[in-house]
Design a protein around this ligand. Structure first.
Ligand SMILES: C[S@@+](CC[C@H](N)C(=O)[O-])C[C@H]1O[C@@H](n2cnc3c(N)ncnc32)[C@H](O)[C@@H]1O
Length: 275
């Protein structure tokens, strides 16, 4: 079994650079996906009886604080629930980091993929701890935007569809650049900390360097700015902490995100680092 897995990874090391390079040069033109939205006014009522009341209270709290009515126009029930989970995660991460956000905020999200959670992230940034909506400029940096989905749309097409209706949100098909515009907050939801996962996602091995990426993220942050990282499972979380230590960055907050809003096989862990 171990041998098979090693052989598979060795094969991906050869195959991914070829596929990846082909995708960058040969991909369909941009066709944002028009995601049909459904109405589900009673999201809380759709949780199982045991968690309905608590989930309902949390949904109500987040809806009021963040003016987040996404549940009324989500694509699927699952997506609505997961958006609320992301919103709850960012809400707690900002709280635990004791951060005061400026009126105008510039934010980067590294590796947004299809950005199914962009509405939750945007709401969190716009309404965290304020009575008036702050102005937010949100940029997603995705190194593999042309990955083709089963509907023959690219990852970028899906992200552009998901971003519809949000002002000042950009999706850039590359990684973050050294000496680029500095950001107030940089988020990384599930960055790869193990080469195995990076290869399984179809990326070339030369793009795997979590330490250098974090150092670059830190450099691109304004003084007083915040890095927010989410990992899945205790194993990844521990590895992420080791990587941060190697970079010389001390976590400002670190916690396991418990929430009845969405259940994952692996628990979600959050780390923030203030510059
Ligand atoms: C596990 S996925 C996470 C997707 C998404 N953030 C989420 O919460 O579901 C990691 C994503 O990061 C992208 N990625 C990996 N390395 C990157 C880098 N250096 N810069 C930008 N994106 C990167 C991958 O292509 C992939 O889309």
């Amino acid at each position: 079994m171990k041998l098979l897995s090693s052989l598979r990874l060795a094969w991906l090391r050869i195959k991914n650079p070829l596929d990846y390079s082909l995708r960058q040069h040969l991909h369909p033109g941009v066709r944002p996906v028009d995601h049909p939205r459904i109405s589900m006014p009673d999201l809380a009522g759709r949780y199982k009886a045991g968690r309905r009341e608590q989930a309902g209270q949390e949904i109500q709290r987040l809806t009021e604080l963040y003016h987040f009515d996404y549940f009324s126009t989500a694509r699927t029930l699952d997506e609505a629930r997961e958006n609320f989970f992301y919103l709850a995660m960012v809400d707690r991460a900002l709280d635990e980091s004791f951060i005061a956000l400026p009126d105008s905020l510039s934010v980067a999200d590294i590796g947004p993929s299809s950005w199914f959670y962009v509405h939750a992230l945007f709401a969190a940034l716009t309404w965290y701890n304020t009575w008036y909506p702050r102005s937010v400029h949100l940029t997603g940096f995705e190194v593999d935007p042309y990955r083709l989905y089963s509907d023959l749309h690219t990852r970028q097409d899906h992200a552009l569809g998901n971003m519809r209706g949000l002002p000042n949100v950009e999706y850039i098909g590359r990684g973050i650049m050294p000496q680029g515009e500095p950001f107030d907050i940089i988020t990384l939801f599930f960055p790869f900390v193990f080469i195995k996962d990076h290869l399984e996602w179809g990326l070339p091995p030369k793009l795997f360097d979590p330490e250098s990426m974090l150092k670059l993220v830190y450099e691109t942050l304004k003084p007083g700015g915040l890095i927010l990282i989410v990992n899945q499972g205790g194993y990844e979380h521990k590895e992420q902490l080791k990587i941060l230590e190697k970079c010389g960055f001390k976590p400002t907050a670190a916690f396991r995100m418990e929430s009845m809003l969405y259940t994952y096989k692996l628990d979600r862990f959050v780390i923030t680092v203030k510059k």
